[in-house]
Design a protein around this ligand. Structure first.
Ligand SMILES: Nc1ncnc2c1ncn2[C@@H]1O[C@H](COP(=O)(O)OP(=O)(O)OP(=O)(O)O)[C@@H](O)[C@H]1O
Ligand SMILES: [Mg+2]
Length: 247
């Protein structure tokens, strides 16, 4: 496989059209040993994602989406196969190294937001920057910039339970982008939101992608997947590329 294959045209934001490979997986398998049988959950998954892509991974319940997301996000390791993330080879790393790679390279966005309930929006967004050892003054500026980016400058000191669902997800998105990760990795990001609020979150994803962020979004919902520029389908642990219509 060549690193020079370009799958996206990225002229709209004036970026380089020969985007670099940000994620590359080759022949990934994930097995679970169960009493009396081996469960093959991911089967020979190969996937290449370039910087600046907006990719959806679409599949029904039980197809292996979360298993794949956990491997992409360095929360879990495959049984076999090769994985490079932002040029680094991820294999057989210990938990400490995986945690470091995770906090530097991945901005996670989950269905249920996972905000710290006793911390304000500001403090939630600040946390990854504290882990990254950013000095306080720069931290404050970055948090304010990220919360302004998601249009929440007026809610910085609200606790999560003083925010609507859509606002909470926007805080989670501000937190995810704060460290300038290589990839924004979203698992059913609109799953807990009503249609209108979900559409606003998708609009924000479009804008973040236009600004150069690489987004990988996992969903079972074809309508949500349709927001992405590229769709990879997963069925029974096997992935395939294709148009939405034959999902
Ligand atoms: N730790 C585990 N041990 C054994 N089997 C597992 C484990 N984790 C997942 N599985 C199995 O792997 C398969 C894929 O699970 P996964 O959670 O990746 O599906 P999913 O596509 O995310 O589904 P959903 O849309 O319901 O979240 C399922 O059959 C599940 O039972
Ligand atoms: Mg899942």
């Amino acid at each position: 496989m060549s690193d020079s294959i370009v799958t996206t045209e990225q002229t709209s934001a004036g970026r380089d059209t020969s985007a670099k490979v940000i994620l590359r997986m080759e022949h990934i398998n994930k097995d679970y040993e169960m009493p009396g049988e081996t469960l093959h959950v991911l089967k020979d998954v190969s996937l290449t994602v370039h910087e600046g892509e907006f990719l959806a991974i679409l599949g029904p319940s039980g197809s292996g989406k979360s298993t794949l997301m956990n491997i992409i996000g360095c929360l879990d390791l495959p049984t076999s196969g090769d994985y490079w993330l932002d040029g680094k080879y991820i294999f057989d790393e210990d938990e400490t190294t995986l945690a470091q790679i995770r906090s530097k390279e991945i901005g996670f966005i989950f269905q249920s937001f996972y905000l710290l309930q006793r911390q304000t929006a500001f403090q939630n967004v600040e946390l990854p920057l504290i882990y990254a050892d950013l000095p306080e003054k720069q931290r404050k500026a970055r948090v304010e910039e990220c919360l302004a980016r998601v249009d929440l400058s007026d809610k910085m000191y609200n606790l999560p339970n003083q925010l609507s669902g859509g606002q909470q997800q926007r805080v989670a998105i501000a937190r995810a982008v704060a460290n300038h990760p290589a990839i924004l990795l979203a698992d059913e990001p609109t799953g807990a939101l009503d249609q209108k609020t979900g559409a606003q979150v998708m609009q924000l994803f479009h804008e973040l992608n236009e600004e150069g962020n690489t987004i990988i979004m996992i969903t079972h919902d074809g309508k949500i997947a349709a927001h992405a520029k590229r769709i990879v389908k997963i069925l029974d642990g096997v992935i395939s590329e294709g148009a939405l219509e034959d999902a």
